[in-house]
Design a protein around this ligand. Structure first.
Ligand SMILES: Nc1ncnc2c1ncn2[C@@H]1O[C@H](COP(=O)(O)OP(=O)(O)OP(=O)(O)O)[C@@H](O)[C@H]1O
Length: 249
């Protein structure tokens, strides 16, 4: 049996900030349709990794490949166009707009770029698509509420709906449960599990316990390098990982 071609390949990527090396020659390959997590203690380089693979900034050296094509140095909006979407640790929603309006803007941005709909007929389709996306993330009942009035967990879900508007094949999520209550965390983890059944998802997460139960594969960053990778069981049993996480939540 031959393995599927990777959806994302990170090849010898380094990221330097001045003399400081935040990522040091990291390589990893992600198979399509899987839920993976990059974990690691504070300052390990997780956000830097997320920013590099989502196109927020180019690597200092090394290559990125998406479905076999070299995407190193591509502009950020090009990442969305080819099928890579991201949702951030800090919510990026327009607070005064309703939940539905926020998602509608995201849908319109995608369709304006491709002129998928005819101008007149388009609005109803855009509205419907926005409603479907709100439903997908469990916010259908809150469609008319201003984003500012939504609970933190709901705002994060709204942002996920906006990321999904790009119809990504690969969804990148930076600490998707940051700042959430335990109840909101459960809802978000269920949503991530459901989304991962439909596309490839890579999470960046500080809390190892959180991802143990839902991810097929974990990669552990430490001091800008991969310390270990494997199934949750492999990682749990790994002495090096236990050592770097010792005393951390
Ligand atoms: N723009 C920058 N300029 C200089 N140094 C940076 C910059 N961004 C990150 N760093 C440094 O790179 C290292 C890795 O940071 P990064 O934010 O990627 O780690 P992290 O694993 O996401 O940490 P945390 O879990 O605390 O968010 C840190 O030492 C940080 O100070």
């Amino acid at each position: 049996m031959t393995a599927a071609a990777p959806i994302l390949e990170v090849q010898g990527v380094s990221k330097r900030f001045g003399k400081f090396v935040a990522l040091n020659d990291v390589s990893a390959s992600f198979q399509p349709g899987k839920l993976s997590a990059i974990i690691g203690p504070n300052g390990a380089g997780k956000s830097t990794f997320f920013n590099v693979v989502s196109g927020a900034f180019p690597p200092s050296s090394g290559r990125l490949k998406f479905k076999g094509h070299d995407i190193t140095g591509l502009a950020q909006h090009e990442f969305a166009r080819i099928g890579i979407a991201k949702s951030f640790q800090i919510t990026n929603v327009f607070k005064q707009l309703s939940a539905h309006e926020n998602v509608r803007v995201a849908v319109q941005m995608r369709h304006a770029r491709y002129q998928l709909f005819k101008p007149r007929a388009g609005m109803a389709e855009v509205d419907d698509r926005a409603h479907a996306l709100l439903q997908r993330v469990g916010l259908a009942a809150h469609a008319r509420r201003p984003a500012a009035d939504l609970a933190h967990g709901q705002q994060r879900a709204l942002e996920v709906a906006m990321a999904l508007a790009a119809e990504p094949e690969l969804l990148l999520m930076d600490e998707p449960t940051a700042g959430m209550s335990p109840e909101e965390t459960v809802v978000m983890m269920d949503l991530i599990t459901a989304l991962a059944a439909e596309r490839s998802v890579i999470l960046v997460e500080h809390k190892m316990k959180l991802v143990m139960g839902i991810c097929e594969r974990l990669l552990v960053l430490h001091h800008g390098e991969f310390l270990a990778e494997g199934t949750p069981a492999d990682i749990k049993a790994n002495a090096d990982v236990r050592r770097v996480y010792l005393g951390q939540g």
